[in-house]
Ligand binder design. Sequence first.
Ligand code: P6P
Length: 352
Amino acid sequence: ESKKSTRFELITLTSWLLKQEQAGVIDAELTIVLSSISMACKQIASLVQRASISNLTGVQGAVNIQGEDQKKLDVVSNEVFSNCLRSSGRTGIIASEEEDVPVAVEESYSGNYIVVFDPLDGSSNIDAAVSTGSIFGIYSPNDECLPDIDGDATLDSAEQKCVVSVCQPGSNLLAAGYCMYSSSVIFVLSIGNGVFSFSLDPMYGEFVLTQENIQIPKSGKIYSFNEGNYQMWDDKLKKYIDDLKDPGPSGKPYSARYIGSLVGDFHRTLLYGGIYGYPRDSKSKNGKLRLLYECAPMSYLVEQAGGKGSDGHQRVLDIVPVEIHQRVPLYIGSVEEVEKLENKPSISGISP
Ligand code: P6P
């Protein structure tokens, strides 16, 4: 009787995407967009790994629309992402954290997909070689969109229409994901049928499937907030955090873990459970994180993994952005921890 070979089957991201296309889950165009995004992430991974060798640490010397000092790698990563999307020939509009307004892809050969992204989130960590990541979301085509065609970085009515078409609720997302640049480079993706992770094998530069249909634990024992802002939070939130620190009958309080990089903090929360939060506070009325290319893609992923993404009152995916760099408070993670926060009676009587 022939011995069945126990060949270990490596499934690369490329072959996984082709299988999804053959199964009709995504079309060929979206397959190409996702493949071009993974190419961008591989290039950024290499740039990040070698940042201090190739003098790519430090600031660019410019300030972006967020009012943040742009790091050299912010600018380079944005160019890498934009170029990969342009050359895919399947993207119509790109909206980046690093661009003031949505940018049209050349009319000559382009598709219709709308891609929103933060090319290098957490870049303030680069100089200390702490985890960073790229975050992206893909919306359905919308060919009424004529963004900044005259290139004068101001929006006329047609261009304004484009901002409207880019500003879709996260519930419209066709796909979303991130690539985390950490002790390993991990590409996490959902196309609407669960969350899958692919680790970059440096031996031959391919993302290899490592986890299928990731499910976030229903509850966890880790909370991830920047407690340096504690005094600026409202009473309801202070009470919530204080309760997590209460050892209680088990004698074990929650653990605090905070990297200060959304992708790293989210990835740990996705796998281990618990809650990540970036609340509003007296200094930032809507919190710090951007709805379109940070909160919505992460909320899409966490819901695909059986968790919740909330702004404290409503589902993040239900929020319709009114401008592309709009900020919202974010509470994301295990159902138990997020619901406990949403249902906490506001002590001061004034809901945050
Ligand atoms: P803070 C990075 O700048 C970022 O946008 C997220 O990646 C991260 O979670 C957050 O800001 C950290 O902000 O105010 O705690 O340093």
